[in-house]
Design a protein around this ligand. Structure first.
Ligand SMILES: Cc1cc2nc3c(=O)[nH]c(=O)nc-3n(C[C@H](O)[C@H](O)[C@H](O)COP(=O)(O)OP(=O)(O)OC[C@H]3O[C@@H](n4cnc5c(N)ncnc54)[C@H](O)[C@@H]3O)c2cc1C
Length: 396
């Protein structure tokens, strides 16, 4: 049985019937080669007996397939139900900002996030043409000046209202803030396409439907285009996979979010200004990242887009009237504690799982991939995996 997290391109990219294009901006920024990469190997399984099968062609699956390939774990096949990046990955904001998580997440999570940003930098060096990493400063505006103070960390520079005003021109009112340097962002689809280009075997438009298990091992995976007999399998399906024959039942849900990109503006913001906007290459502002609890429809809601714009104009009156030229929504895969699972599938020797990356799957993809590839290679769980076991949901 397929669960509804198999989002096809046509669900994420809705038709342009209104003023703005109801699609993420990321695809339009790709060159034709990168765009073609997202639909690579359509409908054809090139390898029926791979050493490693990765199910799910979001950023986590592609990074994991890449890490297994780089680690020489044998032949690697990636399958994806839609096009690569057609799930949460294609709609994400693409921010790689580990340090602000000091204010909201436990230390192991922040350490994992920092390690992953380091890995993003390494990938930008090692992947031909890079992964499109853009280094930026993160500025958090503090309407309540006490907001950040109790948790000031070494990476944070405290900014007085005058300093904020010189960095962020056109604010409606003076605000203090926090500055964190050396964070980053990517176009998630570009990074994914550049990583996928290094993979030897990719098949899109092919969904895993069920698995056969024998002697504590997955012996075959039935897909919409036939059976695959992998040596090992990694499920990187956003939400945990619900496949016939797979003994897995983890609590998870999806949280919808809306984003928009404006037309280009001459106003210059330094990097990303939270919670206001991130400036893209051509001067456009990337705005939003709402949490639309209870909305499970895959459609852009005009009133949410209006509320994102209203909040932008209220904080930055200098851009009042700036239009949204892209508007879109997508669904964050989430476990109840908002943190990912990176684990071996309980009871199976040759199956791994990573799911529920919620707000930070783009950031966490390279370290997740590294942890899983090392685990497969050594047959031992790396230390970083301890905190992300699925066992934490065992007694619900
Ligand atoms: C509005 C918004 C803003 C965000 N901003 C950021 C951000 O700034 N930074 C950040 O780090 N994260 C951000 N995220 C979160 C990020 O998008 C996700 O955490 C991340 O994309 C999850 O990646 P994934 O590869 O696990 O899942 P997905 O991208 O959903 O990929 C899973 C893939 O598996 C495929 N699949 C599922 N089932 C099957 C099957 N049975 N067979 C074959 N294929 C299957 C799906 O089609 C899908 O393509 C944001 C999310 C949203 C919604």
């Amino acid at each position: 049985m397929l669960r509804p997290n198999v989002v096809l391109d046509s669900d994420l990219v809705t038709e342009n019937r209104g003023m703005a294009t109801e699609t993420a901006i990321w695809r339009d920024q790709l060159n034709p080669q990168e765009r073609a990469e997202l639909g690579r190997g359509a409908g054809v399984i090139p390898l029926a007996r791979p050493d490693i099968l990765v199910v799910g062609g979001g950023i986590v699956g592609v990074a994991t397939a890449m890490a297994c390939h780089e680690a020489d774990l044998g032949s690697v096949l990636l399958i994806e139900a839609g096009r690569l990046g057609s799930g949460a990955t294609g709609g994400a904001a693409g921010l790689l900002t580990p340090e602000p998580h000091e204010w909201s997440d436990p230390e192991p999570f922040v350490e994992l996030a920092r390690a992953s940003l380091d890995r993003w930098s390494q990938l930008d060096q090692s992947v031909p043409g890079g992964v499109g990493l853009v280094e930026l400063d993160w500025i958090g505006l503090a309407p309540d000046p006490g907001g950040f103070a109790p948790h000031l960390q070494p990476a944070v520079e405290w900014l007085e209202p005058g300093e904020v005003a010189s960095l962020v021109p056109g604010l409606a009112r003076p605000m203090a803030g926090a500055l964190i340097r050396h964070q980053a962002r990517v176009n998630p689809l570009r990074s994914l396409a550049r990583l996928a280009a290094g993979l030897p075997a990719v098949a899109t438009g092919i969904a895993a439907i069920s698995v056969a298990v024998s002697g504590g091992r997955v012996v075959s995976v039935t897909t919409t285009s036939g059976d695959i007999h992998p040596g090992a399998v990694v499920f990187a399906t956003g939400l945990p996979p619900l496949l016939d024959g797979l003994p897995l039942d983890l609590p998870a849900s999806q949280v919808k979010g809306h984003l928009l990109a404006t037309e280009p503006t001459s106003l210059r913001l330094p990097g990303t200004v939270a919670p206001v906007a991130t400036q893209l290459e051509d001067g456009r502002l990337l705005v939003g990242g709402t949490f639309d609890a209870g909305d499970e429809t895959p459609k852009v809601q005009p009133e949410v887009i209006e509320s994102i714009l209203a909040a932008l104009y209220a904080t930055l009156p200098a851009v009042r009237g700036l239009k949204a030229t892209y508007q879109w929504c997508c669904f964050r895969p989430r476990h109840p504690d908002g943190r990912p699972v990176i684990d071996r599938v309980p009871g199976l020797d040759n199956a791994w799982l990573t799911s529920g990356h919620f707000r930070t799957g783009i950031l966490m993809a390279p370290i997740t991939a590294h942890v899983i590839s090392r685990w497969i290679a050594s047959d031992q769980p790396p230390a970083e995996a301890t905190a992300w076991s699925s066992a934490r949901f065992a007694h619900r």
